[in-house]
Design a protein around this ligand. Structure first.
Ligand SMILES: [Zn+2]
Length: 213
């Protein structure tokens, strides 16, 4: 089955995608990787892409569709693609549908990892590290573990995180720009929401129940 993994930066999408790849022998498709690989292969298209990117411009949907087709028609990846961070617009979602149809495939599962702005923020600002053993925990989510930590809870220190603003603004932009496509995807009968607040392995377990039916 082909899967779309949807969720804001910081929701743990990458981690889950990698786990699915390992466990179920999937191919993780992100358009960023597709573009980088093409540049690396030094094909004519790759040279064109490099030019566009180096000027700071966006690669057209047409180029991306071309690259998507190459992957989707590859029998090695048939019905085992996990789309990570794609589609990001309704146009892209429609394009993806028609390319899949062309090769007699479809999206069989859409997983939406839902995490609130507040949780993402707490994950960043609550991060504390043990000065003795380097264990990183979170003062909001790991209260007991911090209390019982063998080195002593007084060793946990908080490092100032300069990335907070960047991460939160990426979160806001993502949420705003992908709202229409999320709404569009949610009408698909194979759409499943998962609470991104859950522990990583709990999320994995939930995803597994959708994959092994
Ligand atoms: Zn420690």
């Amino acid at each position: 089955m082909n899967i779309i993994l949807f969720g804001p930066p910081g929701a743990g999408k990458g981690t889950q995608a990698q786990l699915i790849v390992k466990k179920h022998n999937y191919f993780q498709l992100s358009t960023g990787d597709l573009l980088r690989n093409e540049v690396k292969k030094n094909t004519n298209l790759g040279k064109e892409i490099e030019k566009i990117i180096s000027k700071g411009n966006f690669v057209s949907d047409e180029i991306i569709n071309n690259l998507l087709k190459q992957t989707i028609k590859n029998l090695k990846f048939r019905d085992r693609i996990i789309f990570d961070g794609y589609p990001r617009s309704i146009d892209q979602a429609n394009n993806l549908d028609s390319i899949l149809k062309e090769y007699n495939q479809k999206i069989d599962l859409i997983i939406s990892l839902v995490v609130s702005r507040e949780i993402i923020e707490k994950r960043i600002i609550g991060r504390v590290t043990c000065d003795k053993c380097n264990l990183t925990l979170n003062e909001f989510f790991n209260k007991n573990e911090i209390e019982l930590h063998p080195c002593g809870k007084e060793f946990f220190i908080k490092r100032k995180d300069d990335n907070l603003e960047t991460i939160m603004s990426r979160f806001d932009i993502y949420t705003k720009t992908t709202q229409p496509v999320l709404h569009f995807l949610s009408k698909n009968p194979n759409f499943q929401k998962i609470d991104g607040k859950l522990e990583i392995d709990e999320i994995t377990r939930k995803i597994d129940t959708f994959i092994n039916f």
